[in-house]
Design a protein around this ligand. Structure first.
Ligand code: BEZ
Ligand code: FE
Length: 286
């Protein structure tokens, strides 16, 4: 048959895959086509809406550059990224939860000595981070690597700053023989995801705000263990209950204890108030 009605078209498209030799690809495409056709039928998509969707996706593609990935932002804001992460990285057996990577990871941050200040010259209230990296059974992991990045105390990442400012608030720290890490950075502030592209237009039309609560990113890896990509979220930060990319997990919400000026944990004499944060990461054995 060559002509299809609004139900028959779905079976016809699926039947064209009968020569597909890749079972997984076939499964994924069968489901995608079935859901997509059901969606079009359910909302009775109009010609104008269909063309609007094509133009929107074209705009998303055109907004991507080597420094900006608007498709990932679309996936993040639609909750798809965190759904994929939650399906593939369930935090069972007491391991640390994973969350979204976001677009501001920059490979090749300098490896700095345990205890180093990652945020020299970066705006923001000082914060001293410490803790351990452990196996899921509680064994400390020596030589685990934390690859850390955040925006400044106003929520701006180096990659967003005017001109080539180089790396700011980034660094890699290795745990010592007892699995301990420590570093100094800033207390991260809430900030908006980029809103000057098609995803921003979509969020405004949906009546949604673009904000992420204050957080610091890290990838934590160690030989013989599964690496994780995660954040620590500042407890009490604005937007902690309405993250624009749905990345908050209770287990990652961490108190920032405030201290008056005085001697910091690394012995530095602080002239201003500062924060301390303590968090142990737990990795699953590979
Ligand atoms: C971030 O946390 O850096 C981020 C995550 C998703 C979208 C935009 C930014
Ligand atoms: Fe971020």
């Amino acid at each position: 048959m060559r002509e299809f009605d609004e139900q028959g078209i779905t079976a016809a498209v699926l039947a064209r895959m009968d020569q597909c030799g890749d079972a997984r690809f076939r499964q994924v495409m069968t489901s995608l086509i079935t859901h997509l056709h059901d969606f079009v039928r359910e909302v009775k998509l109009t010609d104008a809406e269909w063309m609007g969707a094509i133009q929107f996706l074209t705009g998303v593609g055109k907004t991507c550059t080597d420094k900006r990935q608007e498709f990932i932002l679309l996936s993040d804001t639609l909750g798809v990224s965190i759904l994929v992460i939650t399906l593939n990285h369930p935090a069972s057996g007491g391991t640390t939860d994973s969350t979204v990577q976001g677009p501001y990871y920059w490979e090749g941050a300098p490896e700095l000595p345990n205890g180093a200040n990652l945020a020299i010259g970066v705006k923001g209230e000082p914060a001293f981070y410490s803790g351990r990296v452990l196996s899921s059974d509680g064994t400390p992991i020596a030589g685990a690597l934390l690859d850390i990045w955040s925006g400044d105390g106003e929520g701006t990442y180096d990659l967003q700053m005017e001109g080539d400012v180089g790396m700011k608030a980034r660094g890699r720290i290795r745990t010592d023989a007892e699995g301990r890490y420590a570093f100094r950075s800033i207390k991260p502030e809430y900030y908006p995801v980029p809103t000057d592209g098609p995803v921003g237009i979509m969020l405004r039309r949906m009546g949604r705000h673009p904000m992420r609560p204050g957080h610091i990113h890290m990838m934590v890896s160690a030989p013989g263990h599964q690496a994780i990509t995660t954040h620590l979220f500042a407890a009490g930060s604005e937007y902690i209950d309405s993250d624009a990319v749905f990345g908050v997990k209770e287990s990652l919400v961490t108190p920032y204890a405030k201290h008056p000026p005085g001697a910091a944990p690394d012995g530095t004499r602080m002239e201003t108030a500062y924060y301390t944060v303590n968090y142990d990461f737990r990795l699953r054995r590979a």
